[in-house]
Write a new protein. Structure first.
Length: 254
């Protein structure tokens, strides 16, 4: 069916036209229509896409346009296809990155599980070492108390011996200052004096030995106190230091 141009058509103005088809020109349900623009020489200058008359749906949209507009639409479709391909490529890249990140996440989770296990083992080791150090500290305290008690006893014994020696010296002075005119008594006194002198020498030697023993006990007590202080320092730092170096250091102290 041909549609002629309107007689009052002006090329610089847009004008809306209507075409009324007769019933026998309408295609059947399985037939299609197509608009064509033909010039005066019979050359087709433009054509629409084929279309049908049927119930309207979202996909059945009829667009009537010029050939230039069609080319523009095709170019736009081409650009959209290229952009779609780029988006597909980008999506594939993102999917690969997501897969890599999932694998990395699983690896990190595995490492985290291993780290938790190692941490639990270290905590158990720290608990065992803490119990060992507390036992060692208790033994050191008991030894220190024993040494202190022995030192007190030795000090009391030294005081007793010094008092006894002082008493004997005073008695010897009294004997020396006695009656020197009696020869027998003098001889007797000399004999007692010699005995007392020997006893005094022995007492002084024994006192010196006791003093040396007291000094040795004091040194032992000082060493024990230092060991106790070092062990207390190790216990206060057990949360920041590994088990093996502290344990080796403790062995070095003992």
């Amino acid at each position: 069916m041909w549609v002629a141009l309107p007689s009052d058509l002006k090329m610089d103005l847009a004008k809306q036209q209507e075409v009324q088809f007769k019933a026998y020109y309408l295609p059947k349900d399985d037939e299609c229509y197509q608009f064509c623009s033909v010039d005066q020489d019979g050359v087709v200058r433009g054509a629409s896409i084929p279309f049908q008359f049927r119930l309207e749906t979202e996909e059945d949209i009829l667009v009537v346009t010029t050939k230039g507009k069609v080319e523009e639409i095709e170019q736009h479709n081409k650009e959209l296809c290229e952009e779609n391909q780029e988006l597909k490529d980008s999506c594939a890249t993102l999917q690969k990155q997501n897969s890599d990140m999932q694998a990395e996440l699983k690896r990190k989770q595995g490492e985290l599980g291993t780290l938790h296990s190692t941490t639990n083992k270290l905590e158990e080791k720290v608990k065992d070492q803490k119990a060992y150090w507390e036992t060692e500290l208790l033994q050191l305290k008991e030894n220190n108390q024993k040494v202190s008690s022995e030192n007190e006893k030795m000090a009391i014994r030294v005081d007793q011996l010094q008092a006894q020696l002082l008493t004997q010296e005073k008695e010897m002075e009294k004997l020396v200052q006695g009656d020197r005119n009696k020869s027998e008594q003098l001889q007797h006194l000399k004999s007692e004096n010699d005995q007392l002198f020997i006893s005094l020498t022995e007492q002084k030697a024994h006192q010196k030995k006791l003093q040396q023993t007291v000094e040795e006990m004091k040194q032992k007590e000082t060493i024990t106190v230092k060991k106790q202080q070092k062990l207390m320092a190790c216990l206060s730092l057990h949360g920041y230091m590994g088990g093996s170096p502290i344990k080796e250091g403790m062995r070095a102290y003992f």
